[in-house]
Design a protein. Structure first.
Length: 473
């Protein structure tokens, strides 16, 4: 941890106002903490925008952390950012081709939320300051409350081991066992120095007593110990490099990176959980970017807020997917592409594609396709043989007058499983007539219709036609 007062107990933790435009429109201040701000400190930081000139965006705060070759910084911020606003990262030169991005969403939620940003620099280029954060949103007065903010340097630890009232800071800590009922420090600290396993020297301490460590001040260039008393801190050895122990019992572990062969926990709370290929979650296996389960017949997914509202996947042997949505829409499928298809069903070897009960509404808007068994195509044919208008997409058809009162209808059904209905009109080329129509020839791709006057034989007259049957596939 580069900045060791993340809860702002005694300082602003090396932060400052970020406003390249100058002026007083942005205010960064450390204040006594009101109720509702998380963390153990009595203080917090607040950014206040009063409307005016700021840059970039609405201004913000900065650590101005200097980058270097191959450095890796993790910025962790716990803040209450208003809905509609975002927190944004800025920097000066960070070398060639740095990798930088948010590990969490950077949008305001209106409540205290954790925001984590990662910067990884390369080994070449120009290096300057980083870790500048601005807020952006509507140009109106707003405030951002910051309960926690610091930067972790995962490559280099810029502090030797020390303990102060805020915590324990160390590059490495090795111990066979650490057991403490209570550890209490005063205003001083175990200063920047070295802990050895020879002895602990308490310069101004009244005592180190069993059950807790109580001292007004412990300060030394070196702290050594043959033994740390039972019930306070018990350890066979504290050795530089790592912490080794058969078992560590604690309420929580907070770290930028935690590496372990196995972690057993009743509850894991995290803003982001990354698992790699081959990992398992219950009976599910991570395969690339997918969760897969192939062998367990009882594998299921249940989303069931109430008995009248649920989504069940593989809940029983007779149904792969079951949905109930009382008072709501069960499935809403939408596509806006001319090549998109909302639903495709295939039932082979006699299977049933659709079994439906209840009310039905089918809408066809102007210009849309209707292609289903039944009425495949209907049209009005003029006396001259042209198609005046038509409906239906179950087949594609055309009309031609081939003689007096004789009309050929060409279509592309390619089968004879269809029937034709002819409805005549009185509108002939020689005035209104009493006429009728008949089908004199029907083929798999055409049919011929004759329109006749009962007294005078064939004559040209308008008629309507409907083709009913099995649509083409």
């Amino acid at each position: 941890m580069k900045y060791a007062d993340p809860y702002f107990r005694t300082s602003a933790n090396s932060t400052g106002l970020y406003n390249n435009s100058g002026g007083t429109a942005g205010i960064w201040e450390r204040l006594a903490k009101p109720a509702g701000v998380p963390g153990p400190s009595s203080y917090y930081m607040r950014y206040r925008y009063t409307v005016g000139t700021t840059s970039p965006n609405r201004g913000g705060f900065t650590f101005s952390t200097t980058t270097y070759r191959n450095c890796e910084y993790i910025a962790r911020i716990i803040a209450k950012i208003p809905v509609g606003y975002t927190i944004n990262y800025h920097a000066n030169s960070q070398g060639n081709n740095p990798i930088a991005g948010w590990l969490t969403p950077n949008t305001g939620t209106g409540s205290y939320t954790e925001y984590v940003f990662r910067l990884k620099c390369s080994d070449s280029g120009t290096f300057s300051t980083s870790m500048f954060f601005s807020f952006n949103g509507a140009n109106a007065a707003f405030t951002v409350e910051v309960a926690y903010a610091t930067v972790f340097d995962t490559v280099a630890n810029d502090r030797t081991t020390y303990i102060d009232s805020n915590g324990v800071y160390t590059g490495t800590l090795i111990a066979r066992q650490i057991t403490a009922t209570n550890v209490v420090f005063g205003t001083a600290n175990i200063g920047d120095a070295t802990i050895t396993n020879a002895k602990i020297s308490a310069v101004d301490a009244a005592k180190i007593s069993t059950g807790y460590l109580s001292a007004a001040r412990i300060a030394a260039l070196a702290i050594t110990s043959d033994k740390i008393a039972t019930n306070a801190i018990t350890a066979a050895k504290i050795a530089a490099g790592t912490i080794t122990s058969d078992k560590i019992n604690i309420t929580s572990i907070r770290a930028a990176i935690l590496t372990a062969d196995a972690i057993a926990a009743l509850t894991i709370t995290t803003g982001k959980l990354n698992v790699t290929n081959g990992a398992t979650i219950g009976g599910w296996k991570v395969e690339g970017n997918s969760l897969s389960i192939k062998s367990a017949a009882s594998a299921k997914i249940l989303v069931e807020p109430t008995g009248g509202r649920f989504l069940r996947i593989n809940d029983n042997s007779s149904e792969l997917l079951s949905i109930r949505a009382d008072g709501a829409t069960g499935i809403n499928i939408y596509t806006q592409s001319t090549t998109g298809k909302c639903l495709i069903m295939h039932a082979q070897t006699g299977g049933m594609a659709v079994e439906s009960y209840g009310n039905h509404i089918f809408y066809q808007r102007p210009g849309e396709t209707w292609n289903a068994p039944g009425t495949l195509w209907a049209a009005r044919i003029s006396a001259g043989g042209s198609i005046e208008n038509y409906w239906g997409n179950g087949c594609t058809a055309s009309a031609t007058r081939i003689g007096i009162g004789q009309y050929r209808i060409n279509h592309d059904l390619g089968h004879l499983s269809y029937f034709v209905m002819i409805t005549c009109t009185p509108y002939s080329t020689t005035g209104n007539k009493w006429v009728f129509g008949m089908i004199v020839e029907k083929q798999d791709r055409s049919l011929i219709v004759h329109i006749l006057d009962t007294n005078k034989g064939n004559l040209d007259a308008a008629f309507e036609i409907a083709i009913i049957g099995r649509n083409r596939i």
